[in-house]
Design a protein around this ligand. Structure first.
Ligand SMILES: CC(C)(COP(=O)(O)OP(=O)(O)OC[C@H]1O[C@@H](n2cnc3c(N)ncnc32)[C@H](O)[C@@H]1OP(=O)(O)O)[C@@H](O)C(=O)NCCC(=O)NCCS
Length: 328
């Protein structure tokens, strides 16, 4: 049976570093409040003329080079992009054009911060069914462009970045995807929202109000949702895949809040030295958080390969996803 080879992972982050102290110039906040509540010390923020597509193209070029691939070999591009600058063309199509992957089909996958794991599962299904052999995933968002910089409870949390991965078909009997579970609960849709409204035709009755496209979040509800849902679902996945928690070399959860990362690890009985976190320097980079943490962890020697890795993510929707993968 065809398996999936996670051939390479790479990333690009925004160029500007904004520290908590920088934010005190525009907000009633403090380094102390932000770091103790979230673990974030600084985040990367794009300049006005840089888009999620630009970050995605750079991450894609790096991962293609790392995988020693030719862009023309890519069959499909999935962009885990949930807050694109434009509704269409899709981020995936723009990245395709930017890297010259002219043979690739393209679509965006919107699962907010769970987007990378949702994309892994989608890519894996295409590969295992024999439809595509080589798939590029690019998780990219410039969430800071949709932050209300007057809302201190939200804007301090986010940063901008892109993570990219190349998955290929493996016919040697190996499969790097050991197990994945995707979850969603639309009844909690109002926990995190980023609204956008079009305008009706002037010939019909319209009461459409202008709205500002900013992220709104019920932080405490998100916290509770994650802490209630994720640990038992991870335990289920471990059981389903016959994996003991001791067999997991590293736990890489979505980088949204250090307190949540610590609480999840503690609840699951995962030792601190197996938990990979870089939130201090980047904040929450949406779906890019996990691939950036993987690549950076390997480059900094925090992750030693080969490794069995537990991934866990959650985000607007609400969506959530857990995965057990191996990296060689
Ligand atoms: C956002 C979060 C850090 C807020 O922490 P909290 O302890 O719940 O804080 P609260 O929202 O109750 O706010 C407590 C107080 O701090 C204030 N506050 C909020 N943001 C602040 C900031 N940046 N600086 C200073 N004070 C702030 C609030 O106004 C409130 O003041 P009040 O008590 O006078 O009304 C926390 O709820 C969280 O991380 N939730 C999960 C969010 C998440 O992960 N989202 C992304 C999912 S992909």
């Amino acid at each position: 049976m065809t398996g999936v080879n996670i051939l390479a992972i790479d990333y690009e982050v925004a160029e500007n570093i904004i520290t908590n102290n920088d934010l005190t110039k525009i907000l009633d906040t403090s380094d102390e409040w932000i770091s103790t509540r979230t673990g974030i010390k600084e985040r990367r923020v794009v300049s006005d003329d840089v888009t999620s597509v630009d970050l995605g193209i750079n991450a894609a070029k790096k991962v293609i080079k790392r995988a020693n691939f030719n862009p023309s070999e890519i069959d499909l591009i999935i962009a885990a992009a949930s807050a694109p600058e434009d509704i269409y063309p899709s981020v995936a199509c723009l990245i395709q054009n930017g890297i010259g992957a002219s043979n690739a089909a393209c679509f965006d996958l919107k699962a907010a911060c769970s987007g990378f794991i949702y994309s892994l599962n989608t890519a894996s299904a295409f590969i295992k069914s024999g439809i595509y052999k080589n798939i590029l995933i690019v998780a990219t968002d410039t969430t800071t462009k949709f932050s209300d910089w007057e809302d201190r409870s939200v804007c301090v949390l986010f940063g901008d970045g892109a993570g990219a991965a190349i998955l290929t078909a493996d016919n040697s009997g190996c499969d790097d995807i050991k197990g994945i579970e995707l979850l969603a609960d639309g009844s909690c849709g109002d926990f995190i929202t980023l609204k956008y409204k079009g305008k009706s035709c002037p010939l019909v009755k319209s009461e459409t109000q202008e709205i500002k496209s900013f992220i709104n979040m019920k932080g405490k509800d998100v916290y509770k949702y994650v802490m209630t849902l994720i640990p038992p679902k991870i335990e289920e996945l471990l059981e389903k895949t016959n994996t003991k928690i001791e067999d997991i070399d590293y736990f890489i959860p979505h980088q949204s809040n250090q307190r949540m990362i610590d609480a999840l690890a503690q609840r699951l009985g995962i030792a601190d030295d197996k938990v990979i976190s870089n939130i201090e320097h980047y904040g929450n980079m949406s779906a890019a958080s996990i691939p950036v943490a993987i690549r950076e962890g390997i480059d900094e020697g925090k992750i030693k390969l080969p490794a069995k890795i537990l991934l866990s993510a959650f985000g607007a929707g609400m969506t959530a996803a857990n995965a057990i993968i191996t990296l060689k």
